[in-house]
Design a protein around this ligand. Sequence first.
Ligand SMILES: C[S@@+](CC[C@H](N)C(=O)[O-])C[C@H]1O[C@@H](n2cnc3c(N)ncnc32)[C@H](O)[C@@H]1O
Length: 373
Amino acid sequence: MPDQATLNHAAQILAAVSTDERADTALRFYFESHRYLQPIAKREISHTVFVYFRWLSWLDSKASPQKRLEQAVELHERFTADPKSIKAETLAVRAVPAWLWTELDLPAEAKADYLRQLQRDPALWLRARPGRSAALAKSLFSCEPSDRAPDALRFTGTQDLFKTEQFRTGEFEIQDLASQLVGVAAAPIPGENWWDACAGEGGKTLHLADLMKNKGVVWATDRNARRIDTLKRRAARAKLFNYRTDFWDGGRMLPTKQKFDGILLDAPCSGVGTWQRNPHARWTTTPEDVRELAATQLTLLNNVVGSLKPGGRLVYAVCTLTRSETTAIADAFGTAHPELEPLALFGAGPRATLWPHELNANGMFLVAWTRKK
Ligand SMILES: C[S@@+](CC[C@H](N)C(=O)[O-])C[C@H]1O[C@@H](n2cnc3c(N)ncnc32)[C@H](O)[C@@H]1O
């Protein structure tokens, strides 16, 4: 059980969380104004806040915040010691909002595993520079490789990774395994030109640029200039120079007239695939959000597709699992574009749903096409 100080900090953070203020944002602001807190204390406070939102519907709403936090931690400890101590049927009605079941094409036999995964503490994944994961694992300790992505390592240690020499010198990025699989699926070739159309803070831009061995170019665009600034800082740390940035608001006015060998659309989405890591979002995301985002995703795909060279590859990725934002988008867009043909991913079909319980990582959906020559 966390000590009283941790519970008090967590209770103050809960007071700042609302539908408009995400739990992770509230945590960041709190830590910025409480700089004296040590990394271990911060980790404990964050964990307590996330545990609270993971077990929210079990808690006594009339109890004090501290009491509710204690209840959540008790439940979490019981579940962690014996995940089957809480029935899957109970998790299905309490761990996620009811609307999710109208949007999830999850095989019935996988439901219990999916729900139990959502209630666990999430794994922490690193991406080593290409070909350097064994050396990194040796120098960082507490790392386990993945058989799904060659540069992925699951970190099980307790040290503050941001303070390590390896991080400072750009030997790794913190990047979820599902996100790394987007780069693996895109498989850019050194010398190509790619457009990462919703580049954000550049997690996938850096991966693409790295896989291209600093050759060719990745155009990284976003409508959020602050995120692009972060991308530039991360690229400098990794000593990657084969990228350029531009503003793109997602509209018909494109940042360039160039045609690309590859386009990655890592679209804005409801983030259902991140609900293990970010449990607060389970209680703020609505079916209306899903509908609106699906419309945006289709618009973005239609706006980028004209920039693909004949033979070029278009990869659509979303860290969500709702039908409306995944297979329905793939169906609607694929049907409207006979100039494209589906492209195999991971040596299998042209669509891949990466489930959190199968990967021990975020959920993600991917689909790819190539423009007929
Ligand atoms: C899923 S995030 C991208 C994450 C990023 N690719 C990464 O790997 O770190 C989606 C991005 O799309 C951007 N975005 C949201 N709506 C957009 C729109 N209508 N047009 C263009 N970009 C948009 C957001 O600013 C956000 O950075």
